[in-house]
Design a protein around this ligand. Structure first.
Ligand SMILES: Cc1cc2nc3c(=O)[nH]c(=O)nc-3n(C[C@H](O)[C@H](O)[C@H](O)COP(=O)(O)OP(=O)(O)OC[C@H]3O[C@@H](n4cnc5c(N)ncnc54)[C@H](O)[C@@H]3O)c2cc1C
Length: 294
């Protein structure tokens, strides 16, 4: 029989996970509850974090922003601290599912679920976020790359609780772009692209690029990041289109009936180039301002 435990502290939750029962952590329940209902997950015990008030904190701990395990996607979308200092994550959060899913689902739960169609995993990876993990054996910090191993597979042990995400605070010289392609509004992504660029005058000094959705797991595009460094900002999208980085990802593509490999190989470079343009092109803000005036 399934037991539900609702500890009031992180320490109690960790003690419960250290016990013999086969257990699962419940955060916002947006993914776990359907899995339980359909019988795809059959733990002996569910450890709900809903009463652990200490996991609801969003605090600046320079040089990062610490988001506790119960901070919801809605808060990530709307909190001014996030939009000012981690704008890329706020932009990605706004694309998640529906208001209902954002109100209940959590950032950390989303990372731990490791869905390839996630919006928050590529944004967190692009930002350089880390997840703080605790168990009765100690604590450790994992980069998003170390946490997410493949579709719905993470490196977390059964007794480990992810207590927070640490999001590097980025200066205003970093600009972002985030795009999502989904078959229907509210669906998980067919493809995502996250871009961060640091401009010096009109030149890209540094760039971080991630592609997700269409891959087994969200992946940084190292070849394109290097190619963009030193590029004039208005030419960055052209570089993203011309650099043959898609060949590096060929083995990791995650095609399905609606999105065959040929489609992904043709679409992704254009999709990423558009995201790079969103982030890097200094004319972009003027364009948007102009559009708003009409
Ligand atoms: C209709 C629908 C549409 C959606 N659309 C999108 C979308 O467009 N984009 C998107 O990114 N996401 C989408 N989602 C997923 C959603 O955003 C949630 O983020 C996601 O379901 C997991 O967050 P949660 O807090 O609900 O976790 P839960 O469902 O509670 O848990 C998910 C998994 O993570 C584990 N887990 C959770 N928290 C922890 C923790 N602190 N430590 C260790 N393990 C933990 C659980 O044991 C479970 O295995 C959608 C979900 C639904 C139902």
């Amino acid at each position: 029989m399934l037991t539900l435990e609702r500890p009031r502290t992180t320490a109690e939750a960790i003690d419960l996970l250290a016990g013999d029962a086969e257990s699962r952590v419940l955060a916002g329940g947006q993914s776990l509850v359907p899995l339980l209902t359909l019988g795809f997950a059959e733990p002996e015990m569910v450890v709900s974090l809903d009463r652990c008030a200490e996991l609801d904190d969003l605090t600046i701990e320079e040089p990062t922003l610490r988001a506790g395990a119960m901070v919801t996607t809605r808060r990530i979308e709307l909190d001014p601290l996030i939009s000012q200092r981690c704008g890329l994550l706020a932009a990605a959060a706004a694309k998640v599912g529906s208001p209902h899913v954002r109100n209940f689902g959590t950032l950390v739960g989303n990372l731990c679920h490791a869905d390839p169609g996630s919006d928050l995993i590529p944004a967190a990876l692009c930002l350089g976020a880390e997840v703080e993990v605790r168990s009765s054996r100690g604590s450790r910090r994992l980069s998003v790359d170390e946490l997410v191993e493949g579709p719905f597979v993470t490196s977390l042990a059964d007794d480990e609780l992810a207590v927070a995400a640490h999001l590097p605070l980025r200066s205003p010289s970093w600009r972002h772009g985030y795009r999502k392609l989904a078959l229907r509004v509210g669906d998980l992504a067919v493809a995502t692209a996250a871009a961060l660029v640091r401009l010096e005058d009109d030149t890209v000094a540094e760039a971080r690029l991630v592609v997700g959705g269409a891959l087994r797991r969200a992946t940084r595009i190292g070849r394109l990041e290097s190619a963009l460094a030193g590029t004039v900002a208005s030419e960055a999208a052209g570089v993203a289109l011309a650099t043959g980085w898609i060949d590096d990802l060929a083995g990791d593509l995650l095609p399905d009936a609606a999105t065959p490999p040929e489609y992904l190989r043709a679409m992704l470079p254009r999709f990423v180039a558009a995201t790079v343009r969103d982030a890097a092109d200094p004319l972009r803000d003027e364009d948007r301002y102009g559009q708003r005036e009409h």
